[in-house]
Design a protein around this ligand. Structure first.
Ligand code: XIL
Length: 374
């Protein structure tokens, strides 16, 4: 694949057409509607343009404060078709002592992003873990299942109602399973069981029928029992008619899996696709905790891990979108997680702190260019 033929085919597919391919169904209409407004629906010679030439939607989630940095914003626009806030939509961030939700940060983020021509992904409506829930929820005021259900519906009604037609993808439920495939069984699941999925997806869908709704989790090739758990969960959602249209694979890459694990991974992806679901990589980055200290060596090893994961995953044509968790190390958001023993800063994203491309950028470029067309 030459650079020339990449950019020629990129020109052939507009962002509007791509969003239709990548998101499908009602979301295609939503995407067309979104993209009709901004004047910036131009082809860019960045990662998004290469991805688009393969029918893949590419973008990056980013921290709220990164949008105030004009050099960074320019990079984001050059590389991405979709973005979204890393933390601002989380329930415990929007609401603390009372059920009232603070929309100031998300209003601003969504408005800037849409004016700049991005599709927007919302992350996340329900992350059922005590530390990811508002203090008032954890304070014990919700007494019976009806009250837990009402609290969840109110949260989602308010958020999805306010942004109806403006969010291309919603992560409706986040991380409900453990690595062993068993349910996390957080506070809402304790009160409502599996109905948390039915309630959350139903509330999101009825408030914003055009958004693509996904279940998002940490599943990776090295966690086969989690793959089984997710398949069982998604099969149940399909059987119950829950309006979930896709699986988000976070993609925090930390090590090489074995060849047999990658073979099983491809079967897992095919099985998810057979359920009629779309698959998206939603939080791609390198967890470089255990990689060598020397930055140049670490970046090359991290890029190799990333490249292999992408190659294996993008081989499945149902994988319709790739989003990184932060675009540049200037604004990476996960260094508190598994910090390095040598105390050096983590380097998880494709661009460095001066916004220069790293080997991970080349790996992404290559993997997107080599991906079979959708
Ligand atoms: C993380 C953010 O990166 C941090 O800034 C924040 O302190 C905690 O959450 N899985 C997810 C993300 O779905 O929401 C998490 O993001 C990373 C793991």
């Amino acid at each position: 694949m030459t650079v020339n033929s990449t950019s020629r085919s990129a020109v052939a597919l507009t962002r509007r057409e791509l969003a239709g391919v990548a998101l499908g169904g009602g979301a295609a209409l939503a995407a067309a509607h979104l993209l009709a407004t901004p004047a910036t629906a131009q082809v860019r010679d960045g990662l998004a343009a290469i991805a688009r030439s393969r029918g893949i939607l590419f973008g990056s989630m980013t921290s709220e404060k990164s949008l105030d940095d004009s050099a960074f914003r320019q990079l984001l626009r050059a590389q991405c078709d979709i973005t979204g806030p890393i933390n601002a939509f989380k329930w415990h961030v929007m609401s603390r002592a009372s059920p009232r939700q603070d929309f100031s940060v998300v209003d601003r983020f969504v408005s800037i992003a849409r004016k700049s021509g991005f599709l927007v992904r919302g992350h996340t409506l329900l992350w059922d873990k005590p530390q990811m829930l508002p203090k008032w929820v954890m304070a014990g005021s919700l007494r019976d299942p009806a009250e837990w259900e009402q609290a969840l519906r109110a949260r989602i009604d308010q958020v999805c109602g306010r942004f109806a037609g403006q969010i291309a993808i919603w992560d409706v439920v986040n991380e409900a399973l453990k690595f062993n495939g068993r349910p996390v069984n957080g506070p809402f699941a304790q009160a409502l069981g599996e109905r948390i999925f039915d309630i959350a997806f139903d509330a999101a869908h009825s408030n914003d029928p055009r958004a693509t709704l996904i279940y998002n989790d940490y599943v990776m090739p090295e966690y086969p029992r989690m793959q089984d758990g997710i398949l069982a969960l998604l099969t149940g959602l399909r059987e119950r008619g829950v309006p979930c249209q896709g699986l988000g694979i976070q993609g925090h890459v930390s090590r090489l899996a074995s060849d047999s694990q990658y073979r099983q991974w491809r079967q897992f992806l095919a099985a998810v696709a057979d359920l009629g679901l779309r698959i998206m990589i939603t939080e791609l980055d390198v967890t470089d905790t255990d990689l060598p200290a020397e930055a140049s060596i670490r970046d090359v090893e991290g890029a190799d891990l990333l490249g292999r994961f992408l190659e294996e995953t993008l081989a499945e044509r149902a994988v319709s979108a790739v989003m990184t968790w932060g675009l540049a190390d200037r604004y990476e958001g996960l260094s508190y997680y598994r910090p390095r023993a040598d105390g050096t800063k983590r380097r998880p994203t494709p661009f460095d702190t001066s916004l220069a491309p790293k080997p991970a950028y080349d790996a992404l470029r290559q993997a997107l260019a080599d991906a079979p067309s959708r």
